[in-house]
Design a protein around this ligand. Structure first.
Ligand SMILES: Cc1ncc(COP(=O)(O)O)c(C=O)c1O
Length: 385
């Protein structure tokens, strides 16, 4: 019913992933498996809705409609069993914008913000660029998966004002479980730490796993949590820059809105809103099929490494379409492996070092792509390593 095997030509479409290859890798021909958008067609329900609106010849200032809010609320209830009110939803173009706004709204210069590396690197910039202090609660790599160092988090939480949580976690692919989320919540509640729960990958959990919204694990958490969600990853519409930030606590919400208003980041864009509404209303079956396909991509990589290329290990995947790969058995340094990947294998991956402490020794490979590309990448790896 959905053809995820179909190859779509993206080069020359002003695509970051394809059209910045020369700039990023110094090689315009690498097979690009880096930045986190997918190579699949956006679901038809979204394309139809956007095209229909595009036929209207005026693209003036727009408002967020009730239909948009209802669609998002319905999706949250249906997919994540979370009930919210329309008033709690604040617009942000992107999640990184919202993270920066949260840092500005809920901390003062020199305050500390705790993050859990290796983690999505703009987390670091949002803290450093705004003159706040980074506290690392580094994840523990053990038995081919990651766990949280709670003793360390307890210490860091004493000093921190804000925690940036990636849930599910990019890049280590963890879908945090109930016990873990509860423990995080308890520690932050005990220490008056506000939590920004970046749940942009919430919809992208592999079959057999379940995303748990942070706010659902303890009722008090609703008062101290800023949840970031978006259709960008879910439906491959990152270029439309439309995100939903959920803040129940009115004091926190007003602070956040004031920061956003300072930069006049209060208007959505018409196509982002239309796309969100269509996806959140009609996108369930497409998403379920997508995650089955992604799961099979992960299985293919895992099998290939085990059978044909044991110097690489796939870290156990639970969520996202991003494979986190341990290459330490190659004995190569990060520099050496980057050179080999780009020059010999002609592959454009994200080097693990950019994800901060604990990132070296790993690389991130984007599996949101037709299986033929995954196979091609694996064969290139085998040839070189
Ligand atoms: C955890 C996480 N947060 C945020 C983003 C990006 O969000 P946006 O493009 O909406 O700023 C990404 C993209 O990869 C991500 O992985």
């Amino acid at each position: 019913m959905y053809n995820f095997d179909k190859k779509v030509e993206r080069a020359g479409t002003a695509s970051v992933k394809f059209d910045l290859r020369e700039e990023i890798f110094g090689n315009p021909d690498v097979l690009p498996m880096w930045v986190a958008d997918m190579d699949f067609e956006t679901p038809e329900c979204i394309r139809k809705a956007v095209m229909e609106r595009a036929t209207h010849p005026v693209y003036g200032y727009s408002i967020m409609t009730d239909g948009y809010f209802e669609a998002f609320k319905g999706w949250l209830k249906r997919r994540h069993n979370r009930e919210i009110q329309k008033e709690w939803i604040v617009f942000s173009p992107g999640i990184v914008t919202a993270i920066n706004a949260a840092v500005l709204s809920f901390t003062e210069p020199d305050d500390s913000v705790v993050v859990q590396p290796p983690v999505y690197f703009p987390f670091f910039d949002s803290v450093k660029n705004n003159g706040r202090k980074l506290l690392y609660n580094q994840l523990i790599y053990s038995g081919n998966t990651y766990k949280i160092d709670f003793d360390d988090l307890e210490q860091k939480a004493k000093e921190a004002k804000l925690m940036l949580l990636s849930s599910p976690h990019n890049p280590v692919s963890r879908c945090w479980n109930l016990d873990e989320l509860k423990r995080i919540g308890e520690i932050c509640l005990e220490n008056d730490v506000i939590i920004l729960s970046d749940e942009i990958h919430a919809d992208l959990v592999l079959p057999g796993y379940k995303h748990i919204p942070l706010t659902s694990v303890l009722p008090e958490l609703e008062e101290i949590t800023i949840t970031c969600m978006a259709p960008s990853k879910t439906f491959n519409v990152a270029g439309l820059f439309t995100s939903q930030i959920i803040i129940k606590n009115e004091v926190l919400r007003e602070k956040f809105k004031k920061t956003m208003d300072t930069f006049h980041l209060i208007h959505g864009n018409i196509f982002g809103m239309i796309a969100s509404e269509a996806g959140y209303t009609h996108g369930d079956a497409w998403l379920d099929a997508l995650m089955q396909y992604i799961k099979e991509n992960f299985e293919l990589v895992d099998r290939f490494f085990k059978n044909e290329l044991p110097v690489f290990t796939l870290v156990k995947p639970e969520a996202t379409f991003l494979a986190w790969i341990d290459y330490t058995k190659t004995g190569l340094s990060q520099k050496e492996i980057e050179k080999k990947l780009i020059e010999s294998a002609q592959l454009g991956l994200n080097p693990g070092r950019i994800f901060g402490p604990g990132g070296s020794g790993f690389m991130r490979m984007n599996l949101g792509t037709p299986r033929s590309n995954v196979l091609e990448a694996l064969h290139r790896l085998k040839k070189v390593f």
